[in-house]
Structures are given as structure tokens and as C-alpha cells.
Design a binder for this molecule. Structure first.
Ligand SMILES: *Cc1c(COP(=O)(O)O)cnc(C)c1O
Length: 420
């Protein structure tokens, strides 16, 4: 048996940074997962972890969900990729439109990155304008236009976005402060903004909630200036409620991007909106989007089963109850510490060393050293949080009372040891 450390040493020779996505390169070395089930990950050394990373979001129905595995097996018997339309794609699109009323038509893609890339192109195509407004700390995938003051793994890089992005690609991207209506009003005044892309809950810089009425105001300003509002629901969609953050906050976007949870652990994402907007996508319209794996039968099978499970009546009430339970527990154990704790159903984040986090700058003031120590102590005791102060923690339907109680005990002990 090879240890995590040995595997990482070898991995670094053949994979960039030893990983296939930067956030996975946990210091000093990551654990290599052997298998997973429910709320648990098991590594190659035989150590198990309660997982609050959940693959950075998708695994809300738990690892190796038996129903999803079954439906995928059933599809595998019929074939994996056809390059022709399938009936299941229609059923999937129709069911999505029933769940999210302003999504009348969709285009399936494989990743959230593709969804937001196409959404941005669509907004530009429809309006004939170039400018895109995003928010500091908002993360919308790894394509050029949106890698400006982005969250997630980009926060910890030394350069502001990425090398290799031509200036022209980001010349039309304006990044502004979240929860700051005046900042938005002032950039949008010239009526040259094609789209505003927003995470309704900023979940790639921890977990920052919109202030009361903020999203409604964003929507109003977008409408007033004939700018399209791109609601990036890749994290919040199917999480905070079946209809996502749009339903939770009662605010609708014009183009909605979805991903992560909807594929039940398989690569599946989509963007959608009212027919009038989506009719602009090729081949019907002239905004090009294409993909070999778009709407692939295996992911769609997983997606359909995911919707079945999400539509059951206890799915969201259970997640909500367990999120409250863990947040209450954390609140109690940290009452004497300077900590800001935020969450919504299925997601939460605690920031160390700050009282309040309303935007990117507040988040950056948090005590990341303290977070790192907490994270390390939790790992030792078998709880895996995403390895950065600027990622959000997630719950699955398998995070039940027992799992949460155990987590809270471990957190108490981890906190005691870092306070010393
Ligand atoms: C993860 C994420 C994306 C990118 O999705 P990928 O599937 O990783 O390409 C886009 N937007 C948000 C809000 C995300 O959290």
C-alpha cells in the first residue's frame, strides 16, 4: 500500500502540481481517495473523513447514491454517447422548466465553466454590447472573461487573475463590490453593459449573503438599463431550494446557469432562460454553442434521477434542519471567539477573526492562519472541510443527526486545541 505522501510525490511528476484542479493541492499533500459512500470519504491509507467539501458542491445526494448508481447502470446497458438527440434530454429540459419557471428552454453543457461562458456570449449577442459586470470574489469558472478578481482557487494566487489572458479579453470586464448598489448604479449608467453575472450567494469566497433587498435592486437596475442579469446558480441551484436562489430570494434572472448538483456526480451543466432569450442560441439563433458531450446520456440519466430525489418532500426540509443544527452548534462553541458565521440551506462558512463579512474585502480580512490550524486539527480527527477559508462548506442528505453530532464534537475538540 502506498501512502498519500508517496502518491503525491509521484503524482507531481506526471500531473501539473500533482492534481487536476488547483484547489485539490492541499498542503503539505492531499489525501488520495480510495472510495466514498454517503457523507464519508475513505483514503488510500484507510482513514475516513466526514466530507463537507462534497467535491466543492455537486454531491448533495451523497457519495455513491444507490438510486443514481442504478439509473446510470441502466443507461450504461443502452450505450454511453450517441451524438444524436435522445428522448431523455427532452424530459430533462421539460422537468427543469417545471422546477424553475423562468427557465423555459435550456442548452445542456458539461461544466459550469461552459455554462457561464455561453451565458456571457449570449448576453453580448443579444444586446450587441461588450461590457460584463461581475462582483469581486465571484467565481464563474475558469474562462478568460470572468477571471477578474475571482474567487475560489484564484483568491490565493499571487497574480490577480491568470497569466495568458489577453488584455482584450478582460478589457470589457468590470468587477465591483458585492452588496453595494451604488457601485453597480455607477458602472451601469452608460447603458453599455451587456450582462451582470452574479452569484446570488457568494460561495467561492466563503459564504456571503446578499443584504435584504439587494438582489431585487440589482434586478431593477439591470432591467432599467436593458442589461441582462445572469444568475449564476451553479452552486446555489437545487441547493438552497428546488428552484435555487431565485426561488429562495424571489428574484429572477434573465439567463440562469446551472451545474454541480444537477448531474448527481456526473458532468452536467446547463444554461437557460425564457424562450425569447434562448432562441438566440445556435442552430436556431446566431450565438454559437456546441459540445461533443453536451447532454450526454449518462449524465442526463443521473440528472433525471437527481430531480426525482430532489422533488421528494423531505429532501429540502431535512437539509435545512441539519444546516441549522450544525450552525447552531458552531455558534454555541464559538460564542467567545471573534468569528462570523453565515449559511443558507445546505451551505455554511465560518470566518475567523472578523465580526462581519459583506463583501470580498471583508472576507480577505479574515484570519486565514487560524483557519488553516482549525482545518488541520479537523483533518487529524476525520473531518474534511474544503481546504481554504474562501471555500464554502456543504451538506448532503447523508449528513444526518448522528453525523452532525459527531462533527460538532470533533469541531469542539479542534477549536480547543487551536485556542491553546
Ligand atoms: C464551480 C462554479 C462554476 C464553474 O463550474 P465548473 O463545473 O467547475 O466549470 C461556475 N460558477 C460558480 C458559481 C461555481 O461555483
Amino acid at each position: 500500500m502506498r501512502t498519500n505522501k508517496e502518491l503525491f510525490e509521484e503524482s507531481k511528476k506526471y500531473l501539473c502540481g500533482g492534481v487536476n484542479s488547483p484547489v485539490r493541492a492541499i498542503k503539505p499533500y492531499p489525501f488520495f481517495t480510495e472510495r466514498a459512500k454517503g457523507a464519508m470519504l475513505l483514503d488510500v491509507e484507510g482513514k475516513s473523513y466526514i466530507d463537507y467539501c462534497l467535491c466543492y458542491g455537486p454531491m448533495m445526494l451523497g457519495h455513491k447514491n444507490p438510486e443514481i448508481i442504478d439509473s446510470v447502470k441502466h443507461q450504461l446497458e443502452k450505450g454511453t454517447l450517441f451524438g444524436t438527440p435522445t428522448e431523455n434530454e427532452i424530459i430533462f429540459a421539460k422537468r427543469l422548466s417545471q422546477v424553475i419557471p423562468n427557465v423555459e428552454k435550456i442548452r445542456c453543457v458539461s461544466t459550469g465553466t461552459e455554462a457561464t461562458m455561453s451565458a456571457v456570449r449570449l448576453a453580448r449577442g443579444i444586446t450587441g454590447r461588450q461590457k460584463i459586470v461581475k462582483f469581486d470574489g465571484g467565481f464563474h469558472g475558469a474562462h478568460d472573461t470572468v477571471l477578474v478578481k475571482a474567487g475560489s482557487g484564484v483568491v490565493t494566487t499571487t497574480i490577480p487573475g491568470s497569466k495568458g489572458i489577453p488584455e482584450v479579453s478582460i478589457k470589457n470586464t468590470v468587477s465591483i463590490n458585492f452588496n453595494d448598489i451604488e457601485a453597480l448604479s455607477s458602472v451601469i449608467e452608460k447603458r453599455d453593459v451587456a450582462g451582470i453575472i452574479i452569484e446570488p450567494i457568494m460561495a467561492n469566497i466563503g459564504c456571503i449573503l446578499p443584504e435584504k433587498g439587494y438582489l431585487k435592486e440589482v434586478k431593477r437596475i439591470a432591467k432599467q438599463n436593458e442589461t441582462l442579469l445572469i444568475m449564476d446558480e451553479v452552486i446555489t441551484g437545487f441547493r438552497v431550494s428546488l428552484g435555487g436562489a431565485q426561488e429562495y430570494f424571489k428574484v429572477n434572472g434573465d439567463i440562469i446557469t446551472m451545474g454541480k448538483i444537477i448531474g448527481g456526480g456526473f458532468p452536467l451543466a446547463a444554461f437557460g432562460g425564457k424562450r425569447k432569450i434562448m432562441n438566440e442560441i445556435s442552430p436556431e439563433g446566431q450565438v454559437y454553442n456546441a459540445g461533443t458531450f453536451n447532454g450526454n446520456p449518462v449524465s442526463i440519466a443521473a440528472g433525471l434521477k437527481t430531480l426525482d430525489i430532489l422533488e421528494r418532500k423531505d429532501t429540502y426540509s431535512g437539509i435545512k434542519k441539519m444546516t441549522e443544527k450544525i450552525m447552531d452548534g458552531i455558534y454555541d462553541m464559538t460564542s467567545k471567539l471573534k468569528i462570523a458565521l453565515y449559511g443558507a440551506p445546505g451551505m455554511f462558512c465560518l470566518y475567523f477573526g472578523v465580526d462581519e463579512v459583506k463583501n470580498y474585502d471583508d472576507a480577505k480580512k479574515s484570519n486565514t492562519e487560524m483557519f488553516k490550524r482549525f482545518h488541520k486539527e479537523l483533518m487529524k480527527r476525520g473531518v474534511f472541510l474544503p481546504p481554504s477559508q474562501f471555500e464554502c462548506n456543504f451538506l448532503s442528505i447523508n449528513h444526518d443527526e448522528q453525523v452532525i453530532d459527531k462533527t460538532l464534537d470533533i469541531m469542539t475538540s479542534a477549536l480547543n486545541s487551536i485556542k491553546r
